[in-house]
Ligand binder design. Sequence first.
Ligand SMILES: Cc1cc2nc3c(=O)[nH]c(=O)nc-3n(C[C@H](O)[C@H](O)[C@H](O)COP(=O)(O)OP(=O)(O)OC[C@H]3O[C@@H](n4cnc5c(N)ncnc54)[C@H](O)[C@@H]3O)c2cc1C
Length: 400
Amino acid sequence: MAKHDVIVVGLGAVGAAATYHLAKSGARVLGIDRFSPPHKHGSSHGDTRITRAAIGEGVEYSTLALRSHALWREMEALTGQPLFVRNGCLTISGADAVVMHDVDDFFANVETAARRFAIPTRTFDDAAAIRARYPQFAVQSGDKAILDEEAGYLYVERCVDTTLSLAAQAGAQLLRDTQVMAIEPSATGVEVATGDNQRFTADRVLIAAGAWLPGFVAGEIARHFTVTRQVLHWFEIRSNPERFRPNNCPVFIWQLPRSGGVTSSIYGFPLEGDAGNGLKVTHEESGPATDPDNVDRNVDPVNETERTFKTYIEPFFPDLGPRCVRTATCLYTRVPRSRFVIDKDPRSDRITFASACSGHGFKHSAALGEALADELTTGEARHVDLSPFRLARLGDYLRA
Ligand SMILES: Cc1cc2nc3c(=O)[nH]c(=O)nc-3n(C[C@H](O)[C@H](O)[C@H](O)COP(=O)(O)OP(=O)(O)OC[C@H]3O[C@@H](n4cnc5c(N)ncnc54)[C@H](O)[C@@H]3O)c2cc1C
């Protein structure tokens, strides 16, 4: 049985990036996934993901995002694959707005991060100023907005695919459609057993299993994670499709006013291609908890799609209609206050786990993968600071 330096369990956003950087550093790395990424079973599908630089979830995330932007650009240059469209992110908020990602001071954090990291922004102090530039959003009196000009969107499946291709080119061994059943520390390393009765051994193991991560860690860690089913909607554009093109429509996060059944913020993306593709705009579901192996992939046309349109779309997007062009379901794996948790497994220093990042991790995955590879090979991340994401720090960020 050949011994690997590192085995990465899960080749989604985070695992693919770590595998790539491990292989680049010269490590003998084996990456294993139970499906064949990119796929539709986890958290990294649905065409696009927002990326921002001035991060509302906390200023400690901005260095991750900025480093990731540099890495996405580097991968584009290496492969010729377009990965990142930089067309800005507009965050809209106002009086009695819903909370975004379980973070009370989301809008203020965006402003603080922009100042601290000299991220170019434009501010819109009132509804009239927002409407004048973005007539597609029916904002209300008292609303304000900030445009993060370093932000935009990533092609999620293409990013994963490109990263895995680069990993393979750099010498990583990739094992697809192979489920890891057990990860066990031994006297000399870590043993990994798969569903097809293979056994592998490595000096270190990185668990990047996304929504399945809680099943691999001790109960005292798993209790922090909740997996929820999310529904993505693409609604028809009935009028003014040019308002939704990337040059007129940044990606957006809208902390809606708490009325008419609104309980969460919404987010969306500009229109690419034919106007008949519809606009990807959706709201966040907070629960109930779901089992990643038994997710209902059907979207209820009345209780989900029609309700979403009536509550979250019709009052705020005069150009969108009720016809839903497309839907998809996806998994969020949340830690309270949308934190990340990246740490050593208490069972063994040789096992590291990296959480699925609470619904905002894709944008950071390139830098997280690089930092994890650094830590696993040299003991220290070169470009970013992972210390705010250690389990012991979680309490610092939770509400009293
Ligand atoms: C609807 C939705 C919208 C989102 N929007 C954004 C956004 O706009 N911006 C943003 O930055 N982030 C966003 N996110 C969050 C982001 O997509 C996730 O944080 C990120 O994709 C998580 O990556 P991951 O590698 O942890 O998980 P995944 O990409 O799901 O990868 C986990 C992998 O582990 C594999 N695996 C699991 N168990 C095993 C096993 N036993 N053996 C082998 N392999 C296994 C799975 O097959 C999977 O491929 C969104 C998420 C969702 C669901």
